[in-house]
Design a protein around this ligand. Structure first.
Ligand code: AMP
Length: 194
């Protein structure tokens, strides 16, 4: 594993502990010799983690659509900043450049990006780990909803289990490195059941 894609808020969140955890995760990535791939902005937790990775001597690769270069303040102190035509190019490039995906706390944008790569894993488009850095239980309500979808028969336990969760950045990176994808994609399992 060489690089980790981090999805996170373009805001700082309501408590200082979110930014503290973003700094801790940035340091852990550098210590594990992993490059950061992220949305390329300077604002919110995005800016905090990128600044930390650069300050610690690591590699940070940003991918930002033209429309957002000014709004999210494209970071010009990165190892690489790719300015792409639109959001679809951004997400594709971030996914192609990364060996794992981690969501830190964030808003609708973070959730959208997380669910895209999570569902791609479920469909077998990639075999890379998808994870939540569950800072201060931020993702507990989402985890509860996903458990509910399993209990109500809308998702298999196997796909719930794809999602790696930890509150500690070093432990989470360890889980990413040890991850084994499920043997079959969602449709292969359904075919076997017929
Ligand atoms: P947020 O979590 O809403 O603060 O957004 C975090 C990041 O997600 C920002 O860089 C947004 O540009 C990005 N984002 C917002 N909406 C989308 C979307 N539909 N697809 C991909 N990225 C998005």
């Amino acid at each position: 594993m060489k690089s980790v894609c981090v999805y996170c808020g373009s805001s700082d969140g309501a408590k200082p502990l979110y930014a503290e955890a973003a700094r801790a995760f940035g340091r852990a990535l550098v210590q594990a010799d992993l490059a950061l791939v992220y949305g390329g902005g300077k604002v919110g937790l995005m800016g905090v983690i990128a600044d930390t990775v650069m300050a610690e001597g690591g590699r940070a690769i940003g991918v930002i659509p033209e429309l957002l270069v000014n709004k999210e303040v494209g970071h010009n102190g990165l190892t690489e900043l790719h300015v792409v035509p639109d959001m679809h190019h951004r997400k594709k490039m971030m996914a192609d450049l990364s060996d794992a995906f981690v969501a830190m706390p964030g808003g609708a944008g973070t959730l959208e990006e997380l669910f895209e790569v999570y569902t791609w894993a479920q469909l077998g488009y990639h075999q890379k780990p998808v994870a939540l850095l569950n800072i201060d239980g931020f993702y507990d309500p989402l985890i509860a909803l996903l458990k509910h979808t399993v209990e109500e028969g809308f998702m298999r336990q196997t796909y719930f289990d794809i999602l790696q969760v930890d509150a500690d950045p070093v432990e989470l990176i360890d889980k990413l490195q040890r991850y084994q994808p499920p043997a079959n994609d969602k449709w292969a399992i359904k075919r076997d059941a017929v």
